[in-house]
Design a protein around this ligand. Structure first.
Ligand code: RB5
Length: 144
């Protein structure tokens, strides 16, 4: 799959592990930055990744910031994006199965490479279950 990846400075180190894992596992990785650990603003990178997924250039996205919260909030402002915060590998599975999430967000300051790799494994192994979950996902709409 084509996967867009981005972070802020807090996620920069673990982003390298994400990129390496994706490439090892046969994915086409679009690293949208940052490319060093200087302080940056997470909405800028979340938006790049979210727009890449929403526009179809990437199939799915991976984002990292300190808590994963800032990138989640930012990515979810882009129409068509369902960005899910994955605090552990089970979250990654359920985000695909129940929410049909298309962007996974990691809390870099509260995670480690092993947890993130297991989460990515689960994310790609899980499929959206549809059914009652589809009805609910279809009700997620921008309003006001
Ligand atoms: C950056 O210090 C930090 O605020 C950011 O990485 C993230 O945790 C925001 O949600």
């Amino acid at each position: 799959m084509k996967i867009a990846v981005g972070s802020d400075h807090a996620g920069f180190e673990l982003k390298k592990a994400v990129v390496a894992w994706l490439e090892r596992n046969g994915h086409e990785c679009h690293d949208m930055g940052p490319y060093n650990d200087e302080s940056v603003d997470y909405p800028d990178y979340a938006r790049k990744v979210a727009e890449s997924v929403a526009g179809g250039a990437a199939d799915q996205g991976v984002l990292l910031c300190g808590t994963g919260i800032g990138v989640s909030i930012s990515a979810n402002k882009v129409r068509g994006i369902r960005a899910a915060l994955a605090c552990n590998p089970e979250f990654a599975t359920l985000a695909r199965q129940h929410n049909n999430a298309n962007v996974i967000c990691f809390p870099a300051r509260f995670s480690d490479p092993t947890t993130i790799e297991k989460s990515l494994q689960n994310w790609f192994a899980a499929d959206f279950e549809g059914g009652r979950h589809e009805r609910r996902v279809n009700k997620i709409e921008p309003c006001s």
